[in-house]
Ligand binder design. Sequence first.
Ligand SMILES: Cc1cc2nc3c(=O)[nH]c(=O)nc-3n(C[C@H](O)[C@H](O)[C@H](O)COP(=O)(O)OP(=O)(O)OC[C@H]3O[C@@H](n4cnc5c(N)ncnc54)[C@H](O)[C@@H]3O)c2cc1C
Length: 351
Amino acid sequence: MKIGIVGAGIAGRLLAWQMVKKGYQVTLFDKNAFNSEAACSFAAAGILSPLAELEMAEPTIFELGERSIQLYPELIKELDQPVFYRQIGSLVTAHSSDKIELNHFHRMLKHKLADCDDYVQNISVADKEPELAHMGDGLWLTNEGQLDTIGLLNALQQVLLKKDVEWKEQVEVQAIEPGQIKTNAETYSFDWVFDCRGVGSKNELPLRGVRGELLWLQARDVKIDHLTRLMHPRYRIYIVPRPNDIYLLGATEIESEDYSSVSVRSSLELLSAAYSLHKSFGEARIIKQVVNCRPALPDNLPTIELEDGVGRINGLYRHGILLAPAVVKQMMIKFDQAISSQKEGDNAVNS
Ligand SMILES: Cc1cc2nc3c(=O)[nH]c(=O)nc-3n(C[C@H](O)[C@H](O)[C@H](O)COP(=O)(O)OP(=O)(O)OC[C@H]3O[C@@H](n4cnc5c(N)ncnc54)[C@H](O)[C@@H]3O)c2cc1C
């Protein structure tokens, strides 16, 4: 079967991989160049935190996230190159004047998840992160993980090319219709087509882009090992430790589809909060600044549609890396069902 997929972000690449594993012939279209990091997926910090996300999300995000966390280790094993991934829990803390924020966060989780305390422990921060002992108490989210998003996207690209996926780079798709993908120059025919264009699907879905800014720091004098969130009434941040003293510091969330560079205000807020957490961030070097817009639907929930020969995965919003394996799995279940009913229909006609 010939499958056409538009959009080579996390959703498109993972879907292509599942289709390849089924033995289908896949063509992947993207308007960006092959080695570009312009897709929103490349901006992501790679946090896999179903529980922390639940504070501001629906329970379905938690459920999909938990499923993805179970799927990721197996998925990463299938790839030809190693991808930095770990599930060692995460820390949430606040300055003593802001402990009310931490308590509110815990209350919200308990309110939304009956067995929340199976996943959360009250701890002394010093037990997990000695250099943050001055923060006093914190919460320990036992199940949370992280991965190197760029590493994952590159590893997926490699494996897809090795399996003979036709990757049409720098091809801007104008329309996706049952069995057809249209560019200004050409119309391509497939058995099934899938739209994974993120914010690029605005003509078909009521999408908006939600701006996020993130800074990559190199801080040789900071030793934080776990993903750490700082609760604050105005400037919440997370710090994502990576190998080689790299820390990803993020992320802003601004209701504006604006791709311009990181603003001074956002830099001040992010960096001041990081400095307030650990003074040695003062000597860190800013090695990369990242801006992108998260694809969000009005309810901030993902959509996984398969109708009239066209599939759509979108609305991954602020948790696309977390949700993608479970969302793609749901799409594959729908797809298998659609193929079975198609076959039954064909058999009925033939008999
Ligand atoms: C700063 C920041 C930090 C984040 N951190 C995290 C995190 O830690 N954990 C997490 O789970 N999520 C995180 N996210 C969210 C995550 O990045 C998104 O949910 C996810 O990337 C969405 O993936 P996608 O594949 O749907 O879209 P995209 O990655 O945007 O991919 C869409 C692709 O479609 C292509 N395209 C669009 N239009 C066309 C067209 N007409 N023709 C051809 N190609 C087209 C684009 O070029 C692009 O490659 C973060 C986001 C931001 C901005």
